[in-house]
Design a protein around this ligand. Structure first.
Ligand code: F3S
Length: 432
């Protein structure tokens, strides 16, 4: 890779061991990718705390205090056997979701020792200068990059939103590359940082209106399954039914990056790099165009619901990706004056900042009075936590319906938020 003088100085240790290790890691990474140089990034989303049980055990073996956390950061964030002191970040950096919600240890099945370790880990990250947003949706709580801004983000659902809806530029990074980018403001210049890979090569013609969150989840799941890691542009009369808002695009991208590896999509007339079909394709002919209509929707619905058999619902999980305040408001309206069934449970996941707003607006109280719980920082897929004895779950997220049966061996029903809240209150899943 061609390095600037500044990058050479960082590599050669001018700014200390941690930054030298970070530059070394990024150079090795860039060379493996075939990148010729770096881009400067001042917006990073990653994970620096000891999030998994494996890392927590590793840290505790190295010492419960700073030495354990330094060891985790050296080994798992900078990929070095050298033990570096955790430094301060140079880039504006946001923390993604974590392994559990420390405010609900009982529900999440974690010990007091784990909660204490979590708090130390979080304090270390905050001291580094990392914003403890603790969410898979940093774009809804203050990290909103502008069009064309080079970012280094982890988390597939956040990456696809960042690229497609915001028009910023990132590849799907990992723990090591994001931590190194936090310290150096550099990331290899390849993939979606470049113009050409951002052009659509596949087309989707909508033959039916796509309006609800459920509709967008189904379309995303169908699209990801087909396009995998390629870029598609969506057009057609169906797109004009209603301009999709944040929750719809959040669910759409998350579903597409679950059934496939979609990191970027274009919606003609809606997303920033697709004012026209020609802009989205760069004027090149599309390699293939497929139509999406009622038949494709139904087949996708059947596929996502293939793991639903029993109608008695033990657990309803909402908030994948983390719920917006609009979605919490809707859930509060749906459940106000009702009670969660004694054989069921309702957990809703959202960022901490949105939870604070829900508290002030009274939505948390409405949901808790009904017997539901609002949680932060994590989700059932990340934490592997569901209410004890759960065999059947109901979800309004195609992404969570994709992962939860595989991760926890549960049955899953996918449907609308209304269906899910009804299932929580009746203990039964009713198909439309
Ligand atoms: Fe977020 Fe968990 Fe879904 S981290 S995107 S709520 S799988």
């Amino acid at each position: 890779m061609t390095l600037t003088d500044e990058e050479k100085a960082m590599r050669d240790g001018r700014d200390g061991n941690a930054i030298a290790c970070a530059m070394d890691l990024l150079i090795r990474y860039g060379e493996a990718l075939g990148a010729e140089n770096f881009v400067e990034t001042r917006n990073v989303c990653g994970t620096v705390t000891a999030t998994t049980p494996f890392m927590r055990d590793f840290a505790l073996k190295q010492g419960a205090g700073a030495s354990g956390l330094n060891a985790v950061f050296s080994e798992f964030n900078l990929d070095t056997t050298e033990r570096v002191d955790v430094p301060k970040v140079k880039a504006f950096s946001s923390h993604l979701q974590l392994g559990f919600d420390p405010h609900h240890p009982l529900e999440m099945g974690v010990t007091e020792q784990m909660v204490q370790f979590y708090k130390k880990s979080e304090a270390m990250a905050a001291k580094m200068g990392v914003q403890m947003m603790n969410t898979c949706t940093p774009y809804q709580v203050g990290n909103v990059p502008t069009r064309g801004e080079h970012c280094a983000w982890m988390e597939s659902s956040a990456v696809v939103y960042c690229n497609s809806v915001l028009g910023a530029r990132t590849n799907t990074e990992g723990r090591e590359s994001t931590s190194s980018a936090m310290l150096t403001c550099r990331i290899p210049n390849w993939g979606y940082h470049l113009d050409e890979p951002r052009l659509a090569t596949l087309g989707i013609e909508l033959d039916m209106p796509v309006a609800s969150v459920e509709d967008w989840g189904l379309l995303g799941y169908w699209m990801g399954d087909w396009v995998q890691d390629r870029v598609a542009v969506i057009s057609g009369a169906g797109l004009k039914a209603a301009v999709p808002n944040l929750p719809r695009l959040k669910h759409f991208g998350a579903a597409a990056s679950s059934s496939g590896g979609v990191e970027l999509f274009h919606l003609v007339g809606i997303t920033p790099e697709a004012n026209t079909l020609e802009q989205a394709t760069g004027g090149r002919p599309l390699k293939e165009v497929r139509r999406y209509g009622p038949r494709e929707r139904e087949q996708t619905f059947e596929r996502i619901n293939a793991f639903g058999v029993d109608r008695d619902v033990d657990y309803v999980m909402l908030g994948c990706p983390h719920y917006t305040i609009e979605q919490i408001w809707e859930a509060a309206q749906l459940i106000e004056g009702r009670k969660v069934h004694e054989n069921s449970a309702l957990w809703i996941f959202t960022p901490r900042a949105i939870k604070a707003l829900a508290d002030r607006n009274g939505y948390t109280k409405i949901i808790e009075d009904a017997g539901g719980v609002i949680m932060t920082d994590s989700c059932s897929a990340m934490s592997r936590a569901v209410p004890p004895g759960t065999k059947v779950v109901a979800l309004d997220s195609a992404k969570q319906a994709h992962y939860l049966p595989a991760i926890l061996g549960v049955q899953a029903w996918f449907g609308t938020t209304v269906q899910c809240v009804d299932a929580a209150c009746t203990g039964k899943w009713v198909s439309p």
